[in-house]
Design a protein around this ligand. Structure first.
Ligand SMILES: *Cc1c(COP(=O)(O)O)cnc(C)c1O
Length: 470
């Protein structure tokens, strides 16, 4: 596969280069495959339930062709995914796709574990260490740290905004030993991301060290996230007559979004033939993308803190990929978009639990409320001419091409549940009066010693630290 650059379409690199560079330091652009080959009909038209790992292998093959032989790729996938996603039906037309069954209890394990194995594969003949720098708004750090922990030839430096992630999230990323360390930055997630991006464009650092990124700007994290969109949409299709009493429903996937890596992966899966009719781009009060869809103007801004903190991103980096893949008009056709403030998040956790018995986390709650509003008439109001104020929580007033399917009751919703609710026990308890059960792998991490290193929000200090410690 050839990969090009969102800012310069004359760029052509192979998978290895795209993965190890993370981003193109010359242009500041992001790598993107030139093509998203459709899976064969033997998979897409198979009426039986799909297998996650077979779907994953078939999806990964074209992106690694000529660089990772199929047998090695299969081994990478088997090793990365001892767990899979679970499609959980919560009412006649709604599924919650649980993406938190990996080691760190959030969806980022899907991307990080594939990326770690691919990087280690490409790095296997190198004598110098590969240094991964990663900024995290909460869950990336632990997923990446866990995925790379004890991988030979690679070390990881995690930057996180001090005091702006949950205590449990902080434990999960600050307690690694050996090749993974964490810096607690006196600033926001966007500050952390800027420090990392600046380091990548710093010629002096790049000449001295082999640096790579592990944020969702890295294409090897995005591609594997497409696996569960393909798997879940094929699975929902195969069950729709029995589970939803619908012959051939439109499948609408609602994605709680921050940096928009997850949603971009959904777009990739759709291009590869996943039976997904449309998406709902759902955010918390960091509503840069809904505002873009509403107004046509992309206006990145500082992030604000919310209960769904892994989505506290004011300048979503994958906007650049979405805009490279689709025009604004196509985006308005394909996406409904929605945002929810903190009060809405609490209400939504409560509402979801009351209507279905399901305990949803604050991120999934954003998606639940978006889908619940859509199927309960909000989209129909827009089709009938209602104009909503995009500066207030709710839907933006574009009419996606699939709106009719929802109004005609021929749509099924898949809500992505991106984290185990136990990671946000206090918020869940505030909403429903009790905290979720904490899985054993989270209980264990709470006992470990905190090893994070304090860091000012200052590039020179960060660079000095890197020079002295890499
Ligand atoms: C990272 C994260 C998100 C946002 O995903 P993006 O790919 O950045 O849009 C949502 N929920 C949880 C729990 C996360 O960790």
């Amino acid at each position: 596969m050839i990969y090009t650059d969102t800012r310069d379409s004359s760029v052509k690199v192979d998978f290895k280069t795209a993965v190890l560079n993370g981003m193109n330091s010359k242009t500041g652009g992001l790598y993107i495959p030139v093509d998203f080959p459709r899976l064969s009909d033997s998979i897409l038209k198979n009426p039986n339930e799909p297998s996650f790992r077979s779907v994953a292998l078939e999806m990964a093959k074209p992106y690694c062709e000529g660089e990772i032989p199929d047998a090695d790729l299969d081994a990478i996938i088997q090793d990365a995914y001892p767990f899979i996603s679970k499609l959980n039906q919560v009412d006649p037309i709604t599924y919650v796709l649980e993406l938190f069954h990996g080691p760190t209890c959030a969806f980022k394990d899907f991307g990080a574990r594939f990326m770690a194995r691919v990087m280690s594969y490409f790095n296997r003949e190198n004598k110098d260490n590969l240094h991964i720098l990663v900024a995290t708004s909460g869950d990336t750090g632990s997923a990446v740290g866990s995925a790379f922990h004890n991988v030979p030839g690679i070390d990881v430096t995690i930057l996180y905004p001090e005091g702006k992630i949950s205590p449990l999230q902080e434990k999960q990323l600050s307690t690694f030993t050996g090749n993974v360390r964490a810096l607690k930055v006196n600033g926001t997630f966007d500050d952390c991301q800027r420090l990392v991006k600046t380091a990548f464009t710093d010629a002096e650092l790049r000449n001295k060290f082999r640096l790579s990124s592990a944020n969702s700007i890295n294409i090897s994290r995005l591609l594997p996230q497409g696996f569960y969109y393909m798997y879940a949409s094929l699975l929902a299709k195969s069950k729709s007559w029995v589970s939803n009493k619908l012959e051939d429903p439109a499948i609408i996937v609602t994605v709680p979004s921050g940096n928009f890596g997850n949603l971009t992966s959904g777009l990739i899966a759709k291009k590869m033939g996943a039976p997904i009719t449309g998406f709902v781009a759902a955010t918390n009060s960091n509503r840069t993308i809904p505002d873009w869809i509403a107004t046509g103007k992309y206006d990145a801004r500082p992030s604000v803190e919310t209960y769904a903190n892994a989505m506290d991103v004011g300048a979503p980096s994958n906007y650049e990929r979405i805009a490279a893949m689709y025009s604004l008009e196509e985006v308005r056709d394909l996406f409904a978009s929605y945002w929810l403030d903190n009060d809405g998040i609490i209400e939504s956790i409560k509402d979801c639990n009351k209507k279905t018995g399901y305990i949803i986390d604050p991120h999934g709650a954003v998606a639940w409320k978006a889908w619940d509003d859509i199927r309960n008439g909000k989209l129909e109001e827009i089709m009938n001419g209602a104009k909503f104020d995009y500066t207030k929580p709710g839907l933006t007033t574009n009419v996606p091409s699939w709106a009719k399917e929802v109004v005609n009751k021929n749509a099924v919703g898949i809500i992505l549940e991106t984290a185990d609710p136990a990671k946000f026990g206090a918020t869940v308890k505030q909403a429903i009066g009790r905290a979720p059960v904490i899985p054993e792998r989270l209980q264990k991490v709470m006992q470990l010693e905190d090893r994070a290193i304090p860091m000012q929000n200052d590039y020179n200090q960060f660079k000095d630290w890197l020079m002295a410690n890499l």
